[in-house]
Design a protein around this ligand. Structure first.
Ligand SMILES: NC(=O)c1ccc[n+]([C@@H]2O[C@H](COP(=O)([O-])OP(=O)(O)OC[C@H]3O[C@@H](n4cnc5c(N)ncnc54)[C@H](OP(=O)(O)O)[C@@H]3O)[C@@H](O)[C@H]2O)c1
Length: 323
């Protein structure tokens, strides 16, 4: 099969489209014929091996153990493992897989759900990681989604993958949402339902908020805390600042150190894959309550360009690779 493979960490130039052996699903896995694969900044982090500290956590020190990039997937079950009862060949599924920038990828059954009818493969492939990340950011500090009603929420990076989903979910659960983005992306953020949009190129952050979800990560904790109510929650999702060793973790560590000395909650998010969150995303996608704003699709041969597009901060909503 064709797959986008890397043998070492580095820039997008390390990604090569090659013929490799088709993977075999283990007993609790299925083989998915990939129809679409969502592209996430996580793919860039895994490609680059940055921040370097992540290499200490079993992903491979000198080179990635998993050589094919891509985790968000939508496709058709081709083959099932010996213990799989949930799916049969021909089922249309979506969720997370290993090595989705390929014609075929293996996935654990608990990480997949049936794709809703009427939802395209591209849409379904674009909601998994950004969906569970946005849901967990909004629920951070054990807040229920229903408690978001009436809260004032500021979403920084509102036109990115996680940000565009956070805006839609926060609106869906009744919050008043202000999105922050660069000038060219203002119309997109408005179209996602934001009550207000701050174009940070021409304006500055103003007002105070009950919750700030920061997905762009280049503002100081002091700047963000000044925009938070005395008991407000700052949820640090990510961003590409902080240097090549610690990356976004640097701000999370500062937030953890400062936490005990303030009534504000300063939370560094570590989002985890969640079957329950995937089910929430499936229902909201199927009902039309949310959508994946797909800016562009790239072919498998163009996967490196898709990652370069994200790395440059140019993506508006989501980009998807289609084999
Ligand atoms: N904590 C977790 O568990 C978790 C989970 C998923 C993702 N993340 C992290 O969250 C961050 C956002 O992910 P995403 O998928 O939403 O990324 P994305 O789609 O690329 O969006 C990021 C947005 O941030 C803004 N931005 C500002 N400065 C930037 C810069 N120097 N480089 C790139 N973008 C910049 C861009 O919008 P403007 O043009 O409007 O500035 C862009 O739309 C990433 O750092 C990712 O690694 C963390």
């Amino acid at each position: 099969m064709k797959a986008v493979v890397q043998d070492k960490y580095g820039s997008a130039d390390v990604l090569e489209l090659r013929d490799v052996e088709r993977p075999t699903p283990s007993e609790d896995e299925v083989l998915v014929r990939v129809k679409a694969a969502g592209v996430n900044m996580a793919d860039w982090h895994m490609m680059a091996g940055k921040p370097t500290i992540m290499r200490l956590f079993g992903v491979g020190f000198r080179a990635p153990k998993q050589r094919i990039r891509g985790s968000d997937v939508a496709g058709v079950v081709e083959e099932v493992g010996s213990e799989v009862t949930q799916f049969v060949p021909g089922d249309e599924v979506f969720g997370s897989a290993r090595g989705a920038f390929a014609e075929f990828a293996t996935a654990r059954v608990k990480r997949l759900l049936p794709k809703p009818e009427g939802v395209s493969f591209e849409q379904a492939a674009a909601v998994s990681m950004v969906g569970y990340t946005a849901l967990q950011a909004l629920r951070a500090d054990d807040v229920s989604l229903d408690a978001l009603g009436g809260q004032r929420i500021l979403v920084i990076g509102a036109a990115g993958g996680v940000g565009s989903m956070t805006v839609q979910l926060a609106k869906h659960f009744g919050a008043t949402v202000t999105g922050v983005c660069s000038t060219a992306k203002v119309a997109l953020v408005r179209s996602l339902g934001a009550d207000d949009v701050i174009d940070y190129v021409h304006g500055t952050l103003q007002g105070t908020y009950d919750v700030i979800v920061d997905t762009a990560g280049n503002r100081s904790l002091g700047t963000l805390r000044r925009r938070l109510t005395p008991k407000g929650r700052l949820v640090i999702v990510g961003g590409e600042g902080g240097g090549s060793v610690l990356g976004a973790l640097k701000r999370n560590l500062r937030a953890a150190a400062m936490g005990p000395f303030t009534g504000q909650k300063l939370i560094g998010l570590m989002a985890m894959e969640s079957p329950d969150d995937l089910a929430i995303m499936r229902d909201l996608l199927a009902s039309g309550a949310i959508t994946a704003p797909i800016e562009r699709t790239f072919s498998l041969a163009e996967a490196a360009d898709a990652i370069r597009h994200l790395e440059a901060g140019r993506a508006m909503g989501k980009v998807v690779v289609v084999p």
